[in-house]
Design a protein around this ligand. Structure first.
Ligand code: EPZ
Length: 416
């Protein structure tokens, strides 16, 4: 099992390119199921989760070609609407095939994703919405088995803001009879990127990016070419790594669009942020000021940046209160940070982080994707060597992380 060995203490400096967004690419790959014509995607990140999704689509009969960061998908030969447990258990985003399959072929058998490290993460809202559109859904033997003659447009309301729930239902509605309105819709930029791709395929969608999305069903969708938006979470992760090491970096192929809440917090912590059309610069102070935060659906502070900001607060001047309101168990990085010398007190979904002057390198264990990033960030500023174990979590969501950090002057080595 791979590990990452980090020698801390060096400020990050230089320039690195940000990849396409994992959480935009995953639903957009599934959008290919909606058409019998090719969908060409560019700026697709090279990540394990993307590889898993392409494997799943190929098993369904989709022709998949990959050439660097361009992926071409042709679902003309779609003949097996099944997402098996073996694949879904490694990547819960596979549930995103449910909506497009119901729209295109009226049948889907998708393994229940099951929980994951950060929480139970049920998909009841996905099912409720499809049932409202006329689908018959059985959940048995660990599988969602859904059937329908043809989906019909409906007025849907999700009990809570759900990103992939909104995405599944928006894709299902594209080929339904009549109009669908999704109330309480997720406003995340990745939902908007998916909507833009669907519209380029001929879908009729308005309101993406607001909490009411209207979709008028059409007979079929045609092929298209779409460029995946930049990864705002990868962007925020590198900004935090530069901030905590007193660094001075320029991130290209990205922008401060979509991460205003993160940029605000970094500025509150004392960083100077420069915003260009297709790049961001960050110049860190000698020592960061502690910043409190509360995660919530977009445009508030993203839960996917909470772990990275905890690492930043661990060595900041002052005490920060961090509240996680989206997932019920997303503080597992805290106990690992404490092994590095952090002063963190967890009370339910609140963490009180009191900044310490320095961390000491140690062996720590990654538990989930963003927790891994948090431990890497702490390792970059800890004295001596930090060995991060179970970094397969990291490879799911960060492309060539040690290479990119190395280009910024960090001493990071992958060891088996
Ligand atoms: C998406 O997950 C992202 N994944 C997550 O990123 C992200 O943390 C999350 O949105 C929140 O922003 C992808 O886009 C592939 P939700 P998703 O449905 O859609 C509850 C990462 O690190 N809920 O918005 O699964 C759920 O339990 C990953 O890249 C239900 O109860 O999250 C959670 O508490 C981690 N029933 C809350 O809603 C449902 O049917 C928000 O979940 C659906 C969700």
């Amino acid at each position: 099992m791979d590990k990452l060995l980090i020698t801390g203490g060096r400020p990050l400096a230089g320039e690195v390119a940000i990849s396409g967004a994992k959480n935009a690419a995953l639903p957009i790959l599934c959008a290919a199921l909606l058409s019998d014509e090719p969908l060409v995607l560019t700026n697709v990140p090279r990540l394990n989760d993307i590889g898993t999704m392409l494997k799943l689509l190929a098993q369904m009969g989709v022709k998949v070609e990959r050439d660097g960061d361009t992926v071409t998908l042709d679902a003309k030969g779609l003949d097996n609407p099944l997402a098996p447990y073996e694949l879904v258990k490694t990547m819960r985003a596979a549930v995103l095939v449910l909506g497009p399959l119901m729209a295109r072929v009226g049948h889907a058998k998708v393994s229940l994703p099951g929980g994951c490290a950060i929480g139970a993460r049920p998909v009841d809202q996905h099912i409720k919405g499809l049932q409202a559109m006329g689908a018959e859904v059985q959940v048995e033997h660990g599988y969602i088995d859904a059937k329908v003659g043809k989906l019909r447009g409906a007025r849907l309301f999700t009990d809570m803001v759900t990103v992939t729930g909104t995405e599944n239902l928006m894709m299902a509605a594209c080929l339904a009879d009549g109009e669908t309105v999704i109330e309480n819709a997720a406003r995340e930029p990745e939902v908007v990127d998916l909507a833009n791709c669907l519209v380029s395929m001929g879908a009729q969608i308005s309101g993406a990016g607001t909490d009411v999305i209207r979709i008028r069903g059409v007979a079929r969708l045609h092929g298209a070419t779409h460029r995946i938006m930049p990864d705002r979470i990868e962007t925020g992760t590198y900004l935090c790594a530069a901030a905590v090491t007193g660094g001075n970096v320029r991130l290209t192929g990205t922008s401060t669009n979509y991460i205003d809440s993160v940029v605000d917090k970094l500025m509150d912590a004392g960083c100077e942020i420069g915003s260009e059309r297709d790049a961001i610069t960050l110049k860190a102070p000698a020592r960061l000021k502690a910043v409190s935060l509360r995660t919530a659906p977009y445009p508030a502070f993203p839960t996917d940046m909470q772990a990275q900001f905890m690492a930043l607060n661990v060595v900041a001047d002052g005490t920060a209160i961090i509240r996680e309101t989206i997932f019920e168990n997303r503080f597992m990085h805290a106990v690992e940070l404490i092994r590095l010398g952090a002063n963190i007190r967890i009370d339910g979904n609140t963490a009180v982080v009191t900044g310490v002057d320095k961390l000491q390198g140690a062996t720590v264990m990654a538990t989930d994707l963003r927790a891994s990033a948090s431990l890497i960030i702490a390792g970059l500023v800890a004295e001596g060597e930090t060995l991060v174990d179970r970094i397969y979590h990291l490879d799911r969501g960060y492309e060539r992380l040690e290479e990119k950090l190395g280009a910024l002057g960090a001493t990071v080595k992958r060891v088996s």
